[in-house]
Ligand binder design. Structure first.
Ligand SMILES: [Zn+2]
Length: 290
């Protein structure tokens, strides 16, 4: 087995699945060893559509099991996974990080996708990864030692507003803010640290019965003068983003989960304004608009 060929074939397949033709994205997936970010095998492959058996264990430790388009368990008792590669490929393609850019990665887990982002911005760029779980954050720090352009931070004030915590003040501006946890809105500190022309990849979720996590959709929002264009990228099921959830915003967001409703979203406004006909989710400092 030639592992470089295996990774290259995987990279091409998952980027094709994601509808991406980005050579730099394919190269990034071809270069980063996924096994480096996981415990030694056998591995537990996620089966998201099987309520009774959410994971199946691989029969052996061949690397082929990791180079397929499936989430792999990191902490299976909490159902924390290394996410599905084609989903991340689609999201990273939308956010389009470029060489030399600065990226903020919220909810980095063990850091596999942080490494993909680090490959895309290259040695002249930087990726600041945040992980609120101290065990995951420590592991990410170790796993990312081969990517000096990536750093891992542990937000200190679990469950509270990390923006009020001077130790976690963001060192922006960031060209890309890549959020890997379910929010109801973009936090004020994310909005203020997004560079002009910057892109924010934002999963917006609500809670529904029978799911251990939130469900909703992912938007890609671009900062520009006036209204910020927002593009619907994919549906999503993902864990909550601690510190980026608001009960009233969730009530409004729930209406957008009816079939076809999320297609009405075209922009985000962060300027203060009165609620109008175009406001789909009208929260303070963050309004999803038709
Ligand atoms: Zn509004």
């Amino acid at each position: 087995l030639n592992v470089e060929n295996l990774r290259r074939a995987y990279a091409e397949t998952i980027c094709a699945t994601a509808g991406s033709t980005s050579a730099s994205l394919i190269d990034a997936f071809a270069r980063v060893p996924r096994e480096h970010f996981l415990d030694p095998g056998p591995w537990r492959i996620a089966q998201p559509f099987d309520q009774k058996e959410p994971y199946r264990e691989t029969p052996d430790v061949r690397l082929e099991h990791l180079y397929q388009d499936a989430a792999v368990g990191i902490d299976t008792t909490r159902q924390i996974n290394n996410g599905q590669p084609s989903a991340h490929a689609r999201w990273i393609d939308a956010a389009a990080p470029k060489p030399g850019e600065a990226v903020l990665h919220i909810g980095c887990g063990h850091g596999y996708y942080t490494a993909i982002l680090a490959e895309m911005v290259g040695p002249t760029g930087r990726v600041e990864a945040h992980e609120i779980d101290p065990v995951l954050a420590a592991r990410a720090r170790t796993c990312l030692s081969d990517w000096p352009q990536a750093s891992v931070k542990l937000p200190l004030s679990r469950g509270s507003d990390a923006a009020a915590d001077p130790h976690s003040a963001l060192k922006g501006p960031f060209d890309v803010i890549y959020v890997n946890a379910g929010a109801t809105h973009a936090r004020r500190d994310w909005i203020s640290s997004l560079a002009p022309g910057g892109r924010m990849l934002l999963p917006l979720t609500v809670h529904v019965p029978m799911f251990p996590h939130g469900v909703g959709f992912v938007l890609c929002i671009r900062r520009q003068v006036g209204r910020w264009p927002a593009r619907l990228i994919s549906p999503v099921g993902i864990f909550d983003c601690v510190g980026a959830r608001d009960a009233e915003a969730e009530v409004q967001l729930r209406r957008l989960l009816a079939p076809g409703e999320s297609n009405r979203i075209h922009a985000v406004t962060v300027e203060p304004h009165d609620r109008g006909d175009d406001c789909l989710v009208h929260a303070e400092g963050f309004c999803l608009q038709a």
